[in-house]
Every structure is written in C-alpha cells, then in structure tokens.
Design a protein around this ligand. Structure first.
Ligand code: OGA
Ligand code: MN
Length: 298
C-alpha cells in the first residue's frame, strides 16, 4: 500500500511498504530517515510497525544523530548497556557499536563474529528495552552475519492447548550472566544452578501495551528457569516451548546490505544472528528504546 502526504517542504512524500516475509517484517520505501519526519508520517509508521513488528528501511545514509532522532519517534532512547558497549571517542551514549572490527589492536564493538542464539534484547533486567534498531555501516560478505527475526504472537497463537495450559500463569527467570554470544559478562560467576542464576523474572506470556495482543516472552534458552518447578520439569517444559517456538514459519531472515536500518519490537520479536567469517568486517550501530515491566492480562 502507498500513502501520499502533502508536506510543507517536500512536494509530496509517498511511503510504501510491502511484507518482508509471511511471518513478519515490512520493507518501507519512499522515506529518507536522515531528515526529520512529520507527525502524520510517524503515525503511519507506527501503524505499519504495530502490524508487522519489524520495519526495514534500505539505502539509508545515516549519522548517529539521525539514528537517535528517528528511534526517538517511537519512544525514549536508552543509553547503551554498561559492560556491553565499547565507548568510542565519537560515539554518543545512546549508540551501541556491534562489531568485530579492531582498530589499533582494540575491538571497536561487541558481540564478535559468532552465532548469537535466539534472544530478545535486555530481557534479563526488570524493564527490558521495548525496541532495538540496527544500522548497517559495513556488512560481511555472506553467507554469514544474517539476522533472523521471529514472530512471538504467532508462536503464542499456535501453541497446542496442552502446552498453553502448562504455560499460563508461569513466570521465568531470564539469566543475566551470559550474552547472546554465550560469553560470561565481566565479573559474574558461571551458572551452575539455574535456580540461582541472576536476572529478572517475567511472565511467559505478555500483553503488548499498544495492540493488546498476547505474545510468548522467552528471552533466551541458556540458563532459563521456570519458577516454582523442579529443575528437570522446568527443563522439559522449556525444551517443549522452545521447539514449538523456533519453527521456520515464524521467521524472517534478513540479509544485510550496507545502508539498511532495521527496527524491531522486542516485546513480541526474538532475533538471532548467523556467525560470519572472522576475516570479514561488520559494523552495526544500534539504538534501543527504554521499556517497562512486562505484564500479562488474560
Ligand atoms: C544486538 C543483536 C544482531 C546482529 O545487537 O542486540 O542481537 O545481527 N545483534 O548483530
Ligand atoms: Mn540482540
């Protein structure tokens, strides 16, 4: 569909969007994110986002300030997570550099070149980031480095009734010890008992505050624990939930091109990354929006 707007500076701006996949995602064209966007267009984007969960913009040429300004139309930009970020001299605090590139022997970003397992950003804190955006500055020559997104509304809606019954009313601990790359965060001990892992407790089902739809909310599999269950039962139930959730039919895989900006809703989307060749250079700048405590209204 296309929407035409009369805008004071531009003669006519037409934004168009088409589905990125059957599962989720919209590719939005006809918009230059390097320029301020009027309220009407932001409203249209919010609608597209609520429906498609992931917004994909191509052929952009954006500064960090552009990324922060655009992201801020959808909420409040949050500072990069402590410990994760490698703060460069010219990087604003709202930007996290995700990169394997080394300059003068020091890495300029985080998350390396390995696989990032399925996760949703920051779920290990009480108020996880509502949304995240990644802007591709340098991309790895593939295959490798693709980012996949998974529709957690669909994962919820297709739960077999018997599995849904076991999930309802349950809360999980979201371990904060390890990154999605599987590395132990600085200063934290290894997890030997999932019941004692640090992190945040969230309901397995959450209500989306904007659309009021229900999504599964899993965070990440390693060291996850469903409260008030014996560990073996929690493990079995988690395995069952995860094997249902990680079905191809719920997934869109994004192959990055320099200039892509992808903005997703962490409240209803999980993502993962394919590993890429360590001889390749990949530089992404990330923004994230401040979140609120997840809740579930049956
Ligand atoms: C992240 C992340 C994926 C990627 O920055 O939170 O998961 O493809 N990145 O780099
Ligand atoms: Mn992530």
């Amino acid at each position: 569909s296309g929407i035409a707007y009369l805008n004071s500076e531009e003669p006519i701006m037409v934004i168009k969007h088409c589905p990125a996949s059957k599962a989720l995602g919209a590719v939005i064209s006809g918009i230059d994110l390097a320029k301020p966007i009027d309220g009407k267009t932001v409203g249209a984007l919010k609608e597209i986002w609520a429906e498609n969960l992931v917004m994909i913009f191509r052929n952009q040429s954006l500064s960090d300030d552009d990324l922060i300004r655009f992201s801020s139309y959808f909420g409040e930009c949050e500072k990069a997570p402590i410990g994760d970020s490698v703060l460069g001299p010219n990087i604003p605090p709202e930007i996290t550099v995700v990169s394997n590139v080394k300059e003068n022997g020091k890495t300029i970003g985080f998350l390396g070149t390995g696989e990032l397992t399925w996760h949703t950003d920051m779920s290990y804190i009480p108020e996880p980031a509502d949304a995240s955006g990644l802007y591709a500055i340098e991309v790895a020559n593939g295959p490798g480095g693709e980012t996949s997104f998974l529709n957690m509304f669909s994962a919820f809606e297709t739960l077999p009734p018997s599995l849904l019954a076991k999930i309802k009313g349950r809360t999980a601990n979201h371990d904060s010890s390890y990154t999605s790359a599987g590395t132990l965060r600085t200063g934290l001990p290894e997890v030997t008992d999932v019941r004692k892992a640090p992190g945040a407790h969230h309901p397995l089902l959450r209500t989306h505050p904007v659309t009021k739809r229900t999504a599964l909310y899993l965070g990440r599999r390693p060291n996850s624990y469903i409260l008030n269950l014996p560990v073996p039962e929690s493990e079995t139930l988690l395995d069952e939930i995860w094997s249902h959730t990680t079905q191809e039919q719920f997934v869109y895989q994004h192959r990055w091109v320099k200039g892509d900006f992808v903005f997703w809703d962490n409240r209803c989307v999980m993502h993962r990354r394919e590993p890429f060749d360590s001889g390749e250079r990949r530089i992404m700048h990330r923004t994230q929006l401040k979140g609120a405590s997840p809740y579930y209204h049956p």
